[in-house]
Design a protein around this ligand. Structure first.
Ligand code: SD4
Length: 332
């Protein structure tokens, strides 16, 4: 952490510049700053926070962190649990298809160094979060799309698999009878998984993975794999991730907005509320769609807020893995 930033943070917590000055006099300035910051914040790590009711995913991520692994490993493994869960109809295998019956997946991952990788509109691969990590780590690019993403995945060892399950196919066939194309306000307990984690070093990473809106137009890509919209991490500040109608998250660059609001001193909760307010202010029809955000800052504080009721999040902290109802805007 840069000294200027440290002093800003220290004064925010009531520790004056005098403390900052004594650090500079020391020999190992960086180490002393780190020690002091963690003693000030007393962050009880690790922490895992995810959208919706996904206790198996947060459990997996927590186990990885408890074993001393990095937040990025926890994010990948935690998200993979949902991607492989065929009952979850908005992520990975078993995800609801587009209007032509094709399951197309979007995912991204971002680490504590600000590196990011994503796949968009990818078919036939169960774990887009892992392919996104490979894009981040093994290519000079940040986003691969469609056939190219699939080819890359196969080239690095992923198997092709049909992602349309019997249940999803049946749901699609029933949908085709009316072909009613409206964004659905999610009132289930399960959806796109966005996950944020702090590891034992205090580093933050995040990921987001989805099959996107059910029965979308072919080629449609949502917010989930787009940096700053579905996910954003700044290891000096914190992270945020989104679920809901991706078009509205994209137009307001929601996750980046939340992280920037936290940088200005807002709590994760205040930042999530302001990001939802931006969407509501710009849309007189906000009653017809849902957006939900979660956020986590460097101090281990969390926030969650949505337009409508029934958004929830799962928090694994201090040995407790629990699902909570989110606060929401529309009380009418
Ligand atoms: C999308 N944001 O593709 C995703 C879908 C989602 O709850 O999160 N649904 O727009």
């Amino acid at each position: 952490m840069k000294r200027r930033k440290f002093i800003q943070n220290a004064s925010l917590t009531g520790i004056g510049v005098a403390v900052g000055t004594s650090i500079v006099a020391g020999n190992s300035k960086v180490e002393k700053e780190k020690e002091l910051v963690s003693s000030i914040f007393k962050v009880n790590t690790p922490i895992v926070l995810a959208t919706w009711n996904v206790p198996e995913s947060t459990q997996k991520a927590w186990e990885i962190l408890e074993n001393g692994k990095s937040a990025i490993d926890a994010i990948e493994q935690g998200c993979m649990v949902e991607e492989a869960n065929e009952k979850g109809q908005s992520v990975g295998k078993g995800g609801l298809p587009d209007r032509d019956g094709n399951v197309t997946l979007d995912a991204c991952i971002m680490n504590e160094e600000g590196n990011y990788g994503a796949v968009v509109y990818m078919q036939n691969i169960v774990h887009p979060i892992s392919v996104a990590r490979k894009v981040m780590e093994d290519t000079p690019h940040v986003i691969l799309a469609g056939k190219g993403a699939e080819q890359f995945a196969v080239s690095v060892g992923f198997d092709r698999e049909n992602l349309l399950t019997e249940a999803s196919k049946k749901a699609w066939e029933e949908w085709k009878i009316k072909s009613d194309y409206k964004p659905i306000i999610n009132i289930e307990n399960h959806d796109t998984i966005g996950m944020l984690a702090i590891d034992k070093n205090g580093d933050i990473s995040g990921g987001c993975t989805t099959s996107g809106l059910a029965y979308k137009m072919a080629g449609r890509v949502g917010d989930s794999p787009i940096i700053g919209s579905g996910l954003f991490i700044d290891n000096e500040i914190g992270g945020a991730t989104a679920t809901g109608l991706g078009e509205e998250v994209l137009k307001t660059v929601g996750s980046f907005l939340i992280v920037e609001l936290m940088r200005q001193g807002k709590s994760p909760q205040e930042a999530c509320e302001e990001a939802i307010q931006r969407i509501v202010d710009k849309n007189s029809d906000f009653k017809n769609f849902q957006v939900g955000y979660i956020a986590l800052n460097k101090k281990g504080e969390i926030g969650a807020y949505s337009i409508h009721e029934h958004f929830s999040y799962t928090l694994y902290k201090e040995n407790e893995n629990k699902n909570y109802k989110s606060e929401f805007y529309n009380k009418s």
